[in-house]
Structures are given as C-alpha cells and as structure tokens.
Design a protein around this ligand. Structure first.
Ligand code: ATP
Ligand code: MG
Length: 585
C-alpha cells in the first residue's frame, strides 16, 4: 500500500498546505477563493520534480473547486531571463501540463506581459524613496554585499536623489547604457542578517531581444521583484514554492508592502483578474520541500547539459526524468499523479526511492495494460508432428483479470521462443526447455524438444520438437508440466526493435560532490537496443504510446517518436519485478 494512501481522501492528499488553506477559508480571508499558479521558467523541459508542484498547485485548486469554492490555477511563464528562454520550451511545458491532465484558468500568462506594470511600479518605488539607481558594477556590488557573517556596506549611490534615479532609470530603459553599468535596487537594509534584504537588485540592463516582447525592453526585472508582483496582479491567494525561497519570503512581502495597495488593486482590476467590489488581499508565499529522487538529477541546468552534450537523445529521451521522457518511456499521467500523492508534502528535504516511481507505473500497467507476447532473442522451433498445412487460431485473453476481450494467435508448425528458454546443459532447477524435456507454450500446447540443430560454429539455431495435441490450454490428468514459455508464430510475427532502458546513473546520488562531476557516474549500459525481436501479430496494429505487458519480460510501450506503420519500436517502461513493494509491504 502506498505510504500515504490512508491520508488520501476524495479531495486528494491531506497535508499542511491543505490545512492552511482550510483555515484561511474558514477565516474568510480570501472570500472563498483559492487562487494558485504554476510559474515555470521556460528555460528547459519540465521534470518529475515539477510534477510535484503541478499536482499541488493545479490539484489543490481543482479540489477546492470541486468542493464548491472558487478554485483556480494559472499557468504563468516566469520569463524574465530572455537569454536562456525559448518558445520551444514554452510549447513543451504547455503540452506536458495538459498531458498530465491539468488545465489552467483562462489564457496562458506571462510575466513579460506585466513588464509595463512592473516598470511603472519600479518608478513608483523610486518616487517613494524605496528604490535607487546604483552605479556599482556587478562585481563591486558583490563586494559591498558582505557575507553571511559580515554586514554589507551602503552603495555610494544609496543617497542619490529621487530625481536623479528617475532620470537614470528612464535612460536605462531607453538603452543608453551598457549591460551591467547601472542597476535599480530596492532600498532596504545593507546590515540585514538576510542577504536577500541587502538592497537587492530589482532591475538590470540587458540589451537583448525577448521571445515575447521583441526589442521593446532594454531592462528586465529580477525574479524576486517580478514574482511577487505577478502573483499580486493575478490576485493569487496562495503562492506555493519550494524551500529554497524561504529566505526570499521577507523580500516577497517587503516589495508588496512597499507598493500602495491601491496601485496593485487597480492594476489587478485593469487586467481583469479582480472585480472592483471585492477586497484586495495580498498573496501569501508558502514553501514545501522539493522532490529529489535517487539515481536521478533534477536540475534543468544539468538535464540541459546531458542534452547538449548528446549524452542522451534529447529532452524526451526515455531515460530522462523529464515528463516528456517519462511519457516516451511509457509512464502514464495517472501513475505520475499517483506517485505525487504517495510522496506526500512536507517541509523537510528528503530523497525518494526511484523504486517508488517504478512501483507506481507497474501498479497502473498491471491493472490496465493488455498482455501480449514478444520474443526478444528468437530461437526457431519446428513442430515435426504438426501438419505443415494446418493453421489454428488460438484465442488468448488480453488481460488475466479485466474483461477487455481476446487476441488471436495463429498457431502452425513453426514458431519462435526466446533463446534463454532453452539450455542444452540445464542448470539445477531449470524449468524451461532442454533436450528431451517438456514445456508449455503459453496459451497453447505442451511441446517436447527432440533434437537440436546447430550451425557450423556450434550455435543452436533451431529446435525440432513434437507437440502433444491433448494439451491445448490444460495439462492432461496426471501429468505436470511446470515450465511455461512465451512464443510467437513464425509466419505472422511482427519484427520489432526493443529498447531496454536502465537507470541513467549508477550512483544513488549523482549530485554528490564526492563523486565529482555528475556526468562521471552515467551508466554506460543504460540503453540496450535489441533488433530482430518478434512480437505477436496483434502488435501490428498497436498505436503510438500503447502499453503492453510482454509476458515474462516486463511492461513496454510503442515508441511515440520512432515507431511507424511497418516499423515497430517499443520501449521497456519497467521490468516486472517490484522491489519497492516488497520492501514497503
Ligand atoms: P530547476 O532547479 O530544476 O532548474 P527551477 O526551480 O529553476 O527548476 P522553475 O521553472 O522555476 O524551475 O520551477 C517552476 C516551479 O516548479 C517552481 O515553483 C519550483 O519551485 C517548482 N519546482 C522545481 N523543481 C522542483 C522539485 N524538484 N520539486 C518540487 N517542485 C519543484
Ligand atoms: Mg527557478
């Protein structure tokens, strides 16, 4: 049973954030509104860590909506770093969120759509004496900032007049100055024990084009400044983010309190995010622990490095922890949402066993995936006593427990079994085929191996067997045949390429500094491509992304990129063995 299954009620998992929202609603704090947002930066593809945040933000809003409150979640691209961002990432992120099964309120939003408001508010802060244009270069500013143990020093620009700052900020915007020559800083406290509060930069000069706003801007707001205001402009009630932002919360609050409520309120109304007759309440930031998984890296920067160095085939390589990689590998949205419910929500960092993620997809596929047979390393079997011109059609259930119909398997005198199911010199306890022994063909007859055919090199290339026509589907009374092997009919089998994936990293913690660069512990055997595999005929019509349990081999899905009519490519999603369920059960 999943670790937190007992705590998952019909509204989704119960946790401290839900309790907080319940209390806010009970206190009438937001007038029955639960407005969240998911704010990815479009500088890479989403990974399984983001799924945790997506399930939290979208899931929470949806569950309150279902309970009769005004629950809604916005998708907002936090696009304040144009040099690292692109439309490709925006498109991929939208698709991944939809694939996971969530939908955002209204149109997609962009922080860049608020650039004019952000700039006007910055001017307002200067006018209020709460921000100033600083002439320190980034290097100098670092030096003035102090350290964790030493306070910072005031910038020589700190006492610049309001008029001067207004003038300089206007000229920064007009593109008169080089990148890094000036910045706009909040005037807070250079002696604060919290470094984030030591007059943080809120605007910097970057004379580059932006993927959404083109060449309109020469200055771009910093994340901390843009984020809280964007939340406020969208009338967000609960701004949920990961723990590394905890020390930024005082700045989040400072900026929103420094701006007159009336300015935020009227901007919010102008944007259509609030009606004039409702109260304006500032958003509140709450942090939760990031998801970490062993044998995995979870930073977009590192994932990007793997892609750019060609160490994986792309962002959607089935070994990647990206949502598009997991999707291509055969993970279902349901299994990922379930996993996010299982891991729970806490305020302390921990590392989740990757076995739990694998358990979650195994459980889903065990319940839903149709069964099929695929021989990965084919070995020919000829049934010498089966008439060459005879052809039967066997019916096998598509699922052992669910009534989802049957599949048809032609049966004739030639078929293939897996090479590993035959041993000339069987090890002790070997229950499969050997010379003179019997084995059952799954869903068909019992066969006995009479003769082994070898090539010049001594390789076994064919088994000549006889079948027992009294054994279709069941053992005759008094005869026990223990071994069952899977098989495919020779004439109708569908050629397939099968890709067997293993963990991308050998180290439990690839980020561990002791192991040096995270790329040092890449698993050289994380991908094994098997060509010349043979699948049962029902696979000929399988659609992209369709999942199967290949009996005795694991769960597989049809590759959505490389598979095509007449060219079957399947990925192994996960093996059959579930080590995590054993440990936890
Ligand atoms: P990374 O550190 O992987 O590059 P990020 O935090 O820079 O990710 P964003 O695009 O800013 O990526 O993230 C969007 C949202 O997803 C943020 O609210 C962030 O807190 C959340 N998020 C990112 N990584 C995780 C994670 N591992 N677990 C939970 N939430 C995450
Ligand atoms: Mg980020």
């Amino acid at each position: 049973m999943p670790a937190n299954a007992d705590k998952i009620d019909s509204r989704g998992p119960s946790h401290f954030i839900r309790h907080m929202v319940d209390q806010d609603l009970a206190a009438g704090k937001h007038g029955g509104r639960v407005q969240t947002r998911f704010p990815p930066e479009p500088n890479g593809f989403l990974h399984i860590g983001h799924a945790k945040s997506i399930c939290l933000n979208f899931g929470l809003a949806q569950s309150y909506l279902d309970a009769g409150y005004q629950g809604a979640c916005n998708l907002r691209f936090d696009d304040t770093n144009p040099e690292k961002e692109s439309q490709e990432y925006i498109d991929a992120i939208r698709e991944d969120i939809r694939w996971l099964g969530f939908s955002w309120q209204g149109d997609v939003r962009y922080t860049s759509a608020y650039f004019q408001y952000l700039c006007d508010f910055a001017v307002e802060l200067i006018r209020l004496g709460k921000a100033y244009v600083c002439s320190l270069t980034p290097e100098q500013a670092r030096e003035y900032r102090g350290t964790l143990t030493e306070p910072g020093r005031d910038s020589p620009s700190r006492d610049r007049s309001i008029d001067d700052s207004l003038d300089l900020f206007a000229r920064m915007r007009a593109g008169e100055f080089a990148d890094g020559s000036y910045s706009l800083r909040a005037k807070i406290d250079m002696a604060s024990p919290n470094i984030n509060m030591r007059d943080p930069v809120i605007y910097r000069i970057r004379r580059i084009d932006h993927h959404q706003t083109g060449e309109a801007w020469k200055v771009y707001p910093m994340y901390d400044y843009a984020h809280c205001i964007s939340d406020a402009l969208e009338h967000v009630t609960h701004s949920l983010c990961t723990l590394e932002f905890e020390d930024h919360r005082p700045l989040y609050d400072w900026i929103l309190q420094a701006l007159p409520d009336e300015s935020l309120n009227s901007a919010c109304i102008a944007l259509g995010n609030k009606t004039p007759d409702t109260d304006y309440v500032l958003p509140q930031q709450t942090e939760f622990a990031r998801l970490n998984i062993n044998y995995t890296v979870m930073s977009k920067r590192k994932l990007k490095e793997l892609v750019e160095l060609g160490l994986v085939s792309g962002w959607d390589d089935p070994r990647m922890p990206t949502l598009s990689g997991l999707r291509r590998r055969g993970f279902t949205p349901h299994s990922i949402r379930n996993f996010c419910d299982m891991i729970g929500m806490s305020r302390s960092e921990s590392i989740v066993d990757v076995g739990m993620l694998e358990h979650s997809i195994r459980e889903d596929l065990d319940t839903h995936a149709p069964r099929a047979m695929c021989v990965l390393r084919p070995l020919k079997v000829t049934l010498t006593n089966y008439p060459a011109d005879k052809n039967e059609i066997l019916q096998l259930p598509r699922h052992p427990k669910k009534d989802i119909g049957h599949r048809e398997l032609p049966f004739g005198n030639e078929l293939f079994i897996d090479r590993s199911d035959f041993e000339e010199v069987p090890p002790p306890g070997f229950k499969r085929l050997t010379t003179g022994s019997e084995v059952r063909l799954r869903g068909a007859y019992v066969i006995r191996c009479d003769e082994v055919v070898k090539d010049d090199a001594g390789e076994v290339v064919e088994l000549r067997c006889s079948y027992d026509d009294q054994t279709l589907g069941q053992n005759p009374v008094g005869r026990k045949v223990k071994g069952v092997v899977h098989w495919v009919p020779a004439a109708a089998a569908v050629p397939a390429e099968v890709r067997i994936y293993d963990r991308l990293f050998l180290n439990e913690n690839p980020d561990d500094k002791a192991s040096g660069d995270f790329k040092n512990c890449l698993n050289p055997d994380s991908l094994q491509v098997l060509t010349g595999c043979l699948a049962e005929p029902s696979l000929a019509s399988a659609a992209a992304e369709e999942s199967f349990q290949f009996e005795r081999e694991g769960y597989f899905c049809v590759d959505r990129v490389d598979s095509a009519p007449g060219k079957l490519v399947v990925n192994r999603t996960v093996s059959l063995r579930d080590s995590w369920a054993k440990i936890s059960g």
